[in-house]
Design a protein around this ligand. Structure first.
Ligand code: UD1
Length: 415
């Protein structure tokens, strides 16, 4: 069986790392104990993210092999980026002829490679690879988010829908997806977090930035630092919304440093909107050193550095999807500056508050999280146990064997 996994943008790497680790484990057992045929694996990187800081460093941190194929698509409008990937990925499919293509998450690379896989024709019988979507079923119900369109399209053309949380199953059922295509496997991003949690302790990022770990609200200790990430176009491409969020952080910035690893899109907008002065006014010396208090702007961090800084933060403020999940797993209070989440389990079972982008609501959510800080650390959501990658490989092997032995009608796959 030949599996081809696609990565393109930063949040894909930790998900693919879990699948690669599970394939390595399977192949080790196959070699040592003759347990099943080994899996041939091909890793394709579309190049949607291409900087050393947004891409290369993750391969080393996550112990991933270098990609077998690099498409090098780079930046562009969403449509140009998606179209470029579609065109280039067709040639890869025809060359590699995988049995299964695994796409992860909800970025432009995910939908483009899913579409190519669903429409490719290998031979006169219409043969094509099985398409597996890892992180299926999540819905924000906000079609103005590019990722929501990517999720819906990818799910509806996939053969195997690999789901991270129970809401995903409900959403897929409500959209009429046949239940035999759905598999509740757990969360590959959490697999990587649990696998590298200990190693992240060797990171020197706190020393480098002059920060101290949080004491989890004990003995009336002052807050150590908060962590901020922002990159959603709806937040950083609108001057008014971006400013509202920053103003919502004003009180917190007077209490403790807010460390802000800045995504390239956000960096451009800080310059465009002239927010540099606002961000550095209250204590940051602008040289990458935490002064007294204020917002500390730094470059994007690698995986292990980010994990280390996140797990020792007093509070995380974010508009990222994955960070809502990671903070839930770590029991770190999280304030999400969006009006919705496609990951509701992070609110019902986790430590997340959806605050929106209104200044007063952000301030209230921060106060609420700080007041309850010591009580954090609820149980992890079901199947967020480090074994999602293994379950995914089991599903892929089983589904491929059913197709190969004729137990599943290949015409069903094409539906
Ligand atoms: C993409 C994903 C988003 C994910 C995010 C994580 C889509 C629709 N969006 O958004 O779901 O949460 O990645 O980072 O796929 N840039 C660089 N260097 C890079 C990559 C990008 O400078 O290595 C610049 C680009 O030129 C562009 C901006 O950053 O101006 C945004 O990059 P893009 O890939 O378009 O989308 P993201 O906002 O990163």
């Amino acid at each position: 069986m030949k599996v081809l996994t696609v990565v393109g943008a930063r949040p894909n790497f930790m998900k693919a790392a879990s699948i690669i680790a599970a394939i390595r484990k399977h192949n080790g057992e196959s070699q040592r104990h003759g347990a099943g045929e080994p899996i041939e694996h091909v890793l394709v990187h579309t190049g949607q993210h291409y900087d050393a800081l947004m891409s290369d460093s993750f391969f080393a941190d996550l112990n991933m092999p270098a990609p077998d194929v690099m498409l090098g698509v780079g930046s562009g409008s969403h449509l140009v980026q998606t179209a470029e990937i579609l065109k280039k990925f067709e040639a890869v499919l025809l060359d590699e002829r995988p049995d299964i293509v695994a796409v992860v998450g909800d970025v432009n690379s995910t939908v483009a490679c899913a579409l190519a896989t669903a429409k490719i024709v290998f031979d006169a019988t219409g043969g094509r690879p099985l398409l597996a979507h890892v992180e299926s079923g999540l819905r924000s119900f906000d079609r103005s988010m590019p990722e929501e369109v990517n999720r819906v399209v990818t799910d509806h053309i996939s053969d195997l829908l690999l789901v991270t949380e129970e809401s995903g199953l409900e959403n897929l059922r409500a959209e009429g997806i046949p239940p035999e295509k759905m598999f509740f496997v757990g969360n590959t991003m959490i697999d990587s977090l649990l696998r590298f949690n200990e190693k992240a302790e060797t990171s020197t990022v706190l020393e480098r930035l002059g920060l101290r770990p949080d004491s989890n609200g004990q003995c009336g200790q002052a807050l150590s630092y908060a962590l901020l990430t922002l990159h959603r176009p709806s937040n950083v491409d609108s001057r008014e919304t971006f400013l509202n969020i920053l103003e919502g952080l004003g009180d917190l910035a007077r209490e403790c440093p807010i460390v802000f690893p800045v995504h390239p899109r956000t960096q451009k907008q800080i310059k465009n909107f002239g927010f540099g002065d606002w961000l550095t006014a209250s204590g940051n010396d602008g040289q990458g050193h935490a002064g007294n208090t204020g917002v500390l702007l730094i470059e994007p961090l690698g995986y292990l550095d980010f994990l280390c800084i996140m797990k020792h933060a007093a509070l995380v403020i974010t508009d990222s999807g994955g960070i809502q999940e990671e903070t839930t797993c770590l029991g770190i209070p999280c304030v999400t500056v969006r009006n919705n989440t496609e990951r509701p389990v992070t609110v019902s079972n986790g430590t997340n508050i959806i605050a929106g982008t209104n200044k007063e609501r952000i301030q209230a959510a921060i106060r609420c999280q700080m007041a309850g800080r010591a009580q954090n650390g609820k149980a992890r959501p079901p199947k967020w146990d480090g074994n999602a990658g293994t379950r995914i490989i089991e599903v892929l092997i089983q589904s491929f064997s059913e197709i190969s032995t004729g137990a599943t009608d290949p015409a069903m796959v094409a539906q």
